[in-house]
Design a protein around this ligand. Structure first.
Ligand code: SAM
Length: 325
């Protein structure tokens, strides 16, 4: 079975946030000025997250990305991922992490069947990394990437949110680790999601990112892989190295969007930037049929597109750490 929304997009991808807690405070992610823990939202239990995933699979969800907050800080996450991998119909369970806890968890994640990892890494310089992440330790992330490779994960994808005057001077260094280490590096446009009044001056569009890369490398566009997400990929020179750009602001990819999102407190959204979200908790008190019904409604009513390019005011304020990036 596969379910389409009103615009005939087949919805097969669920981004499931398991916590709004994080062990970093990335400046582009947490609400501005909020350098302490987010207010505690009641998290869905693992049993309820599992039920949501199971019923989504019956509606045609084939890929689940576990995100947060930082998913690896939630106690019990490894056994939860093992259960998720047993859901009939789910082809892959993948994870987005900041990598801080990865060195000690990579083996167990691999053993319970997590297919792939996306690792966020916004600077290769210890001081700048600490500044962007509110005190994070770069060495731990690099050790996490090494551990992921040793554990047998396919080459992790590195996600870099590019900000002018903050880390844009490292675009070529990141390309260097793509060629040097064979990592896939994806440059993400900074989205105005955290109430940053300075957003305009920090934002760099993917066209400019590609021009900076082209100043050193010959970029060969790679064919789009169906279902592989919104990134556009390029081969660097004649190497096996790949870089990608993700352009949620300058070239919205809503027409091909196949995802829905559920935050760790059970709010379901057809779009990251939806003002409206559906609270799944009352439906979780009922049987599986009721849960399936509300998930069907959320899929069918997925908005046509987001309104980010019309500016911060109209898109409103969303916190990626709370909704689940
Ligand atoms: N803690 C995990 C991590 O750091 O990857 C998962 C959660 S994080 C919210 C997921 C992704 O959202 C990261 O790749 C992060 O870079 C991205 N993200 C968060 N805020 C963003 C923003 N304002 N613009 C672009 N990407 C953002």
């Amino acid at each position: 079975m596969s379910l389409a929304d009103t615009y005939n997009r087949q919805i097969s991808y669920l981004r499931l946030s398991v916590t709004d807690r994080c062990n970093l405070r990335c400046r582009y992610c947490v609400p501005q000025g909020q350098m302490t823990r987010l207010p505690g939202l009641p998290l869905l239990s693992f049993d309820n997250l599992f039920r949501v995933a199971q019923q989504s699979a019956k509606l045609g969800i084939r890929k689940i990305r576990i995100t947060g907050g930082e998913p690896l800080v939630r106690p019990g996450i490894v056994s939860f991922l093992e259960r998720m991998n047993g859901i009939s119909g789910i082809g892959e369970v993948v994870l987005t992490t900041n990598g801080i806890l990865l060195a000690k968890m990579a083996d167990s994640l691999r053993q319970v069947g997590v297919k792939r990892l996306n690792i966020s890494l916004d600077s290769l310089k210890p001081e700048s990394f600490a500044e962007i992440t509110g005190g994070g330790n770069l060495r731990r992330v690099l050790a996490g990437i090494d551990a992921a490779e040793r554990s047998g994960f396919p080459t992790p994808q590195i996600n870099v949110v590019v900000m002018r005057g903050v880390n844009d001077n490292e675009i070529l260094d990141f390309a260097g680790i793509a060629t040097g280490r064979g990592l896939t590096v994806r440059f993400i446009e900074y989205m105005p999601t955290n109430g940053d009044s300075n957003w305009d001056s920090l934002y760099i569009n993917s066209g400019e990112i590609l021009m900076r890369l082209a100043s050193r490398y010959r970029l060969t566009p790679l064919p789009r892989i169906e279902g592989a997400g919104p990134a556009r990929y390029f081969q660097l020179d004649a190497s096996q190295a790949t870089v990608g750009v993700i352009s949620p602001v300058s070239r919205h990819f809503c027409a091909g969007c196949n995802r829905i999102r559920i935050s760790s407190d059970g709010m379901a959204r057809g779009c990251l930037f939806s003002r409206e979200a559906t609270d799944l908790r009352p439906h979780l008190l009922q049987g599986d049929d009721a849960l399936q019904q509300i998930l069907t409604t959320i899929i069918r009513e997925k908005p046509l597109r987001h309104n980010l390019s019309e500016g911060l005011q109209s898109s409103g304020f969303v916190s990626m750490s709370a909704i689940g990036g």
